[in-house]
Design a protein around this ligand. Structure first.
Ligand code: TXA
Ligand code: MG
Length: 311
């Protein structure tokens, strides 16, 4: 798409809400990654997001809401879902529910994914707006999600109507997605909350299925290549530093052309995507990712590295 829009860059969340009401496209930070959103009840605005991102038409968007009480107006909330909402929201969790509000965009599916972000700026915008905002991660389809304002501007200036400025995402990987439209419930995408943590609260939860050939994906987004930089990504435990390649990991040695040594899984999550983007900018051809620590966050980091490895 040509970058022909006159994009507003602002911290004014009421202006962002006004642009949404007028059918515009707004890019905003959340606690996970940046999102690119439109009024969920404005079909042409929602479809414009697909054009901008070059996103496959059958991959639905997450509906963002300003407070947990609104979820029951959009999707079917059972008692177990209600206690989950109470415990985890606002926060980095998306729930797929049976859809009850037909006016909300969801690519024609009978289900809808809902999420109440905890980021202060987006919460302000959602509360000024007052309704549901459909938003995927702000990145061109297949590329790593965006976690820094500079990347949001370089990729989307001229393509969206407004970029909302606020604190940068704290977490760095997309929200956990759980499907409660099926019984037993299924974890579709690990995030800040992984299977082990959630299983304690949802004992009958089923883990992420590895998608075999011919199998129908539970979540449309799972069948697409994701999160990948242009460079080739490898998961390694043993690679030694080289002068032409890049590496990221916990307490890794120096000696690479470009590397990032993080202290724990939360730093790993927070910087993985921006590291991928920096490697592409430097023209690096190969990226070696060392395994995350065996603690909270491990599953999400491995999931994103493995997805980035697929070609
Ligand atoms: O952290 C996040 O979730 C970010 C921020 C912006 O909120 N958003 C995000 O959106 O990561 P996206 O579109 O990149 O990922 C949403 C995932 C996709 O894999 C999509 O297929 C799945 O959620 N999804 C959305 N609606 C669904 C539905 N009704 N049924 C199954 N999966 C659904
Ligand atoms: Mg995405």
């Amino acid at each position: 798409m040509s970058k022909s829009k006159n994009t507003i860059l602002t911290e004014d969340s009421s202006l962002a809400a006004k642009v949404l009401k007028e059918g515009g496209i707004v890019l905003f930070p959340t606690e996970t990654v940046y999102g690119i959103g439109a009024d969920s009840r404005n079909l042409s605005a929602c479809l414009e997001i697909y054009k901008i991102k070059n996103r496959p038409a059958d991959n639905p968007l997450i509906v963002h809401l300003g407070n947990p009480g609104m979820i029951q107006l959009i999707g079917e909330v059972s008692d177990s879902v209600r206690s989950l909402i109470y415990k985890y929201m606002p926060g980095p969790l998306s729930l797929v529910l049976k859809k009850i509000d037909e006016s909300v965009f969801s690519t024609g599916l009978p289900t809808v994914a809902v999420r109440v972000p905890s980021h202060p700026k987006v919460l302000e915008m959602l509360s000024f707006f007052g309704g549901p905002v459909s938003a995927p991660s702000a990145n061109l389809s297949g590329q790593p999600s965006i976690t820094r304002l500079e990347d949001a501007i370089s990729e989307f200036d001229g393509l969206v109507d407004l970029i909302l400025k606020g604190p940068e995402p704290e977490i760095g990987l997309e929200s956990t997605v759980m499907d409660f439209s099926v019984d037993p419930p299924k974890l579709l995408r690990p995030g800040y909350w992984g299977f082990e943590e959630l299983k304690r609260f949802v004992p009958n939860l089923i883990g992420v299925s590895s998608l075999k050939d011919g199998e129908t994906p539970a979540s449309p987004g799972m069948k697409y290549r994701h999160y990948a930089p242009t460079a080739k990504v490898f998961l390694t435990e043993t690679r030694s530093p080289e002068s032409e390649t890049a590496a990221i990991g916990i307490n890794i040695p120096s000696g690479w052309k470009f590397s990032l040594s993080v202290k724990d899984n939360s730093e790993y999550m927070k910087h993985l995507y921006s590291f991928f983007r920096d490697c592409d900018r430097l023209g690096i051809k190969e990226i070696y990712c060392f395994p995350p620590a065996n603690e909270s966050g491990e599953e999400a980091i491995l999931n994103r590295i493995l997805k980035a490895q697929e070609r």
